[in-house]
Design a protein around this ligand. Structure first.
Ligand code: SAM
Length: 317
């Protein structure tokens, strides 16, 4: 196993708001390398129980190696959107948390392990095969997914999931490379993007690398990252005890919008068009820090991937 570490983001804020203690029942929907898990478990007593879910086999193996000695932890292989219907989840919950969870955490997105391991194909900074799957055992790779698209559907995905304004010419450049047989690696994908948005110009203007938005879009599409996020949040709330808390950390505005709107609706706050809700919305949760929590300047500086993070927390009434 390589030595890549993932620094858990907003860790103190997670501990302060989820307030783990004693015999807490905790569900971690994105266990990753177990950084948050280790810190949350350290606050609890020997009677606590922690269920960690992740769909990435490598992340689960790393978390197992790091925390497997702790009898309070159980690791489940599942996507978070499928976890609640997983027989392993249902059996674990019936045995360990029949009254629900005290705390549920979802720390969305990719881990440093995924981004930095070239073979996983997430990054243009660490060139590798065009894969980008979080679950390396299922689903099409990024290359296979691109091969299923036409100009229109690829451009739509780049625009919708990357907010890329040059989505149409970029989609055409990517598909031209695919047809020519020169789209194999993340470096090839980045080159197709630079044909439309030259890297040097962005550098001169001190803009983000022009490949960033399209890489984010393709990753989101390949992993279906937004498709059922709202449903996961809604479902997670039903798994809390009264007074239990759900914390969700998102890393970009598309993700955060879904989390914010879902939690606001569950808090009975109308967020749609017009001034008044068409029907009175039931209040299922109360929002803790309604605007969400962002990293301190110190954290943003010491751990740059945390810069765009936002933690939203809701308490089940
Ligand atoms: C930001 S990392 C979590 C890091 C973790 N909190 C830690 O401190 O080590 C996100 C993790 O969530 C996993 N993940 C992302 N989307 C998922 C989903 N839909 N279902 C299950 N796991 C998911 C990824 O595989 C990754 O390991």
């Amino acid at each position: 196993m390589n030595q890549i570490q993932h620094v858990p983001v907003l860790l103190q804020e997670v501990l302060d708001t989820l307030q783990p203690s004693g015999d807490a029942r905790i569900l971690d929907l994105t266990l990753g390398l177990g950084g948050h898990a280790e810190a949350l478990l350290a606050q609890c007593g020997p009677g606590a129980c922690y269920l960690g879910v992740d769909r990435d086999p490598e992340a689960r193996a790393r978390a197992q190696a790091r925390l497997g000695h702790d009898p309070r932890l159980t690791i489940l292989a599942s996507a978070h959107e499928d976890a609640f219907d997983h027989p392993g989840y249902q059996a674990w919950k019936a045995e360990h948390a029949p009254e629900g969870f005290d705390a549920i955490l979802a720390d969305l997105g990719v881990s440093t392990l995924q981004l930095r391991t070239a073979d996983r194909g997430f990054s243009f900074a660490n060139p590798g095969p065009l894969d980008m799957r979080m679950d390396t055992e299922h689903g099409p790779t990024a290359l296979e997914w691109i091969a299923e698209q036409d100009d229109q559907t690829l451009a739509d995905a780049l625009y919708q999931f990357g907010e890329e304004r040059a989505s149409r010419p970029i989609a055409r450049a990517i598909l031209r490379r695919l047809a020519a047989g020169t789209l194999q690696t993340t470096a090839d994908l980045a080159s197709a993007i630079y044909e439309v948005l030259p890297k040097e110009i962005a550098k001169r203007k001190k803009q983000v690398d022009p490949a960033t938005r399209s890489f984010q879009a393709i990753r989101i599409a390949v992993n279906g990252e937004l498709a059922r996020l709202g449903a996961t949040v809604e479902r997670a709330v039903t798994q809390l005890k009264p007074g239990g808390r759900l914390g969700v950390i998102s890393f970009h505005s598309l993700e955060d919008r879904i989390v914010k709107q879902t939690l606001r609706r569950l808090a009975g706050t109308y967020d749609g068009p017009g001034r008044v809700a068409p029907v009175e919305l039931p209040k299922v949760v109360k929002l803790i820090h309604p605007g969400g929590l962002a990293p301190t300047p110190e954290e943003s500086q010491s751990n740059p991937p945390s810069r765009s993070a936002r933690l939203r927390v809701a308490e089940h009434l």
